[in-house]
Design a protein around this ligand. Structure first.
Ligand code: NAD
Length: 699
């Protein structure tokens, strides 16, 4: 595996320059450690060399470990810790010269050098927490010694990057280089390195007088992550290690870090987060869509409907400088919609997220209108009017007459048949679903609904647009509810059933909260509005010629309790919007059970969690079998970004694969005798996972 060419050795007078050339991001993959060690060995024995510089070739310093090598046994994985140890013990000054991103293992290498210099545009960070692990090559021990515990914890727990200027301010970078990085670093090495040798980072100590190394400070950090990183393992390990860095000799922390790194790496949480990391990237690749499919540039967007969704959708484009024309039926609705957008921006400005100037720029890009014909110049038009097929067909018929010939016509429908909508136009190949989630300016997910006749170019352009506005776009097929809402519909049914059998709504939500979802099914229902779900159930029953639905939740709606918007629904809410059980709702549920002859029984949290996740996974398996989603990972990405399923569980499909699919099948049969989806049953019988299914050949 040795490939010393990945690290080039050149001389600049008395300085040896080690340039890491492993494009595109100089990942720390096999060959890099060998090359670095060879360079250090050469420099150690050469008396004419006074200092060594580490620098990245191309566009960046080392942007981290190669995540694909994560699962390799330690003796085959690139030896980052060994390289760092060698750097630390190296007898001559070393300078890390940073540009691009010095991330993860890259920053750990730099921290093991005597000095760090950087260009102004460089960015530095330890993002390991995002993959459920921790800096495992000295980062947890060196960063606190360099920048102090508070700053080190904030960087390691958030995983966010900081800029070079901030890095200089906090002492992580010793000098900012204005011109050419290499020349500046050589100059720095020649002057500072030889005349002002610093102690090694590993030899520095954090004194007890520093305010952020008290036991209370670490206790406060542990309390804080209960809120910010609820249920997660690696943040607490990071705090333990930072405490060792602050209070114990370097070697002790360095050894403990290796142990805790392995613990984190082997955890289901890290496997879940790594699965999502790859699934998200994979979801951008659409099977059958050629890489070189032509896309069109979206210069102007039209939005129809300035309600809950339309306003939020418009903001996404305004935020990235794309002008939007928004059309309503009446002045009053238009004013209401614009007012909402303005207030949203003003509140962001008040919180310091954007400047007052940004507010003006963004609102300046928005053109209100009452005339559909004003959308004639839009390259992309997104309809977000009432969820009614008749209204949507009317809009698309009129749109077809006014929109430019190449314009993409998109609908934000949550449930309606996009093929049927496309069919009223003369250009069904230009029609697509763009299903945003509420609040549309915040939620990262867009389901991109590919209708039967949607052209490849329209699909590819839609994917590119989603990326441009900072969303995660996942391609799905046409069916009632697409992927997310179709699964959540079954999940809601099961949640109501659990209550019917004896659970309190609060028990059901608590079980999902314990799994890591910020909201359980009933908290979600109260937020979305009970009337919305009820209307959908009524509509479905009508379509199927069934009697009007009369479950306990339908009865709650009829008492006028529609959720948070009416001050209460399944729960009451205090002034902090914390839910409390409502006695009338409980009495209604009790009466309902009595009427149905149900003797309520106690349901354990385990049963509740199993039944709800099994229901999601069962519907997910049907969705895969029907080709509505291309990969189980796509479903996981949808559930994480659209429904708050915890990323550290890897999404419902990955979670089920981790638990074993046979267990899911057994749960479905044991509780309520539900038929497992044929695909789920087959995979379970064959001892396979959804990841295995993805590798099976398709006919
Ligand atoms: P809404 O009632 O808040 O807004 C709809 C707006 O469309 C209203 O302001 C109405 O005046 C306007 N409108 C109606 N007919 C129009 C016409 N002919 N021309 C121009 N404007 C017209 O509804 P919403 O919640 O924003 O939902 C809009 C669409 O988005 C629906 O298809 C819905 O299913 C979908 N959706 C909603 C959510 C959600 O959580 N609210 C989430 C995803 C998708």
């Amino acid at each position: 595996m040795t490939n010393p060419q990945l690290v080039e050795q050149t001389r600049e007078g008395s300085v040896l320059v080690l340039t890491i050339n492993n494009p595109p991001v100089n990942a720390f993959s096999p060959g890099v450690p060998e090359g670095l060690k060879a360079g250090l060995d050469a420099a150690a024995v050469d008396d004419t060399i006074e200092a060594v510089i580490l620098i990245g070739g191309g566009r960046t310093f080392v942007a981290g470990a190669d995540i694909k090598t994560f699962n390799l046994p330690r003796d085959q994985a690139p030896d980052l810790r060994g390289t760092v140890e060698k750097l630390d013990a190296f007898p001559k000054p070393t300078v890390a010269a940073l540009h691009g991103t010095a991330l993860g293992g890259g920053l750990e290498l730099a921290l093991a050098c005597t000095y760090r210099v950087a260009v102004g545009g460089a960015r530095l960070g330890l993002p390991e927490v995002k993959l459920g692990v921790l800096p495992g090559a000295g980062g947890t021990q060196r960063l606190p010694r360099v920048v102090g515990v508070a700053k080190a914890l904030s960087m390691m727990l958030s995983g966010s990057l900081i800029g070079a200027a901030e890095a200089k301010d906090i002492g992580l970078v010793d000098e900012l280089i204005a011109g050419d990085l290499l020349s500046g670093a050589v100059e720095f090495a020649r002057t500072h390195a030889t005349i002002r040798p610093l102690p090694r980072v590993s030899e520095r100590t954090l004194t007890d007088s520093s305010p952020d190394v008290t036991p209370e400070a670490f206790q406060a950090a542990r309390e804080a992550i209960k809120r910010t990183h609820r249920g997660q393992l690696s943040p607490s390990l990071i705090i333990d290690l930072a405490e060792l860095a602050a209070t114990r000799p370097f070697q002790e922390g360095w050894q403990a870090e290796a142990v805790k790194f392995m613990e984190a790496r082997e955890s289901p949480q890290s496997r879940g987060l790594r699965h999502i990391f790859f699934a998200e990237r994979e979801s951008a690749r659409v099977p059958g869509l050629a890489k070189d499919t032509t896309t069109t540039t979206i210069r102007r967007v039209g939005v129809i409907g300035a309600g809950t969704m339309g306003g939020g959708i418009a903001m996404n484009f305004l935020n990235v400088g794309i002008p939007v024309t928004i059309v309503e039926t009446g002045q009053e609705a238009l004013d209401r919609g614009l007012g909402l957008i303005r207030r949203n921006y003003e509140s962001s400005a008040k919180k310091g997220r954007i400047s007052a100037e940004d507010v003006d720029t963004r609102l300046g890009l928005l053109t209100p209108s009452l005339d559909l014909a004003d959308l004639k110049d839009a390259d992309l038009i997104i309809e977000a009017v009432f969820e009614s097929m008749a209204v949507k067909k009317d809009i698309f018929t009129r749109l077809d007459a006014v929109a430019g010939p190449d314009a993409i016509l998109a609908t934000n429908t949550s449930t309606l048949d996009v093929n049927e909508i496309a069919a009223v136009t003369s250009r069904p190949q230009q029609v697509i679903g763009l299903h945003f989630f509420s609040p549309a300016n915040v939620m990262k997910l867009v389901e991109i609904v590919r209708a039967d006749r949607t052209s490849d170019s329209v699909l590819a352009t839609s994917m590119a647009v989603a990326k441009q506005i900072g969303k995660v776009g996942v391609v799905v097929g046409v069916c009632d509810g697409f992927v997310g809402n179709r699964m959540v519909h079954r999940y809601g049914e099961e949640a109501r059933q659990l209550v019917e059998e004896g659970a309190a709504p609060g028990d059901v939500d608590a079980a999902m909260n314990a799994l890591g979802l910020p909201m359980g099914p009933f908290q979600m229902t109260d937020m979305a509005g009970l009337d919305i779900g009820h209307a959908i159930r009524v509509h479905r029953a009508q379509q199927r010629g069934e009697p009007e639905p009369d479950g306990w939740l339908d009865r709650v709606v009829k008492t006028g309790r529609k959720g948070q918007k009416t001050g209460g629904g399944i729960y009451d809410y205090d002034e902090n919007r914390r839910p409390r059980p409502n006695a009338d709702v409980q009495a209604l549920i009790d009466a309902y059970r009595a009427e149905k002859g149900v003797t309520p029984r106690e349901l354990t949290q385990d049963e509740i969690t199993r039944r709800l996740t099994a229901t999601l996974v069962n519907e997910g398996a049907r969705i895969l079998d029907e080709g509505i989603a291309a990969r189980a990972g796509d479903i996981d990405v949808i559930y994480i970004y659209g429904y708050g399923f915890p990323a550290y569980r890897g999404g419902p499909m990955h979670y089920a694969s981790e638990q074993g699919l046979q267990g899911v099948v057994d749960d479905l049969k044991r509780y309520g005798g539900k038929a497992p989806a044929p695909l789920l049953e087959r995979l379970a019988a064959e001892g396979k996972t959804f990841a295995d299914w993805e590798k099976e050949p398709r006919s």
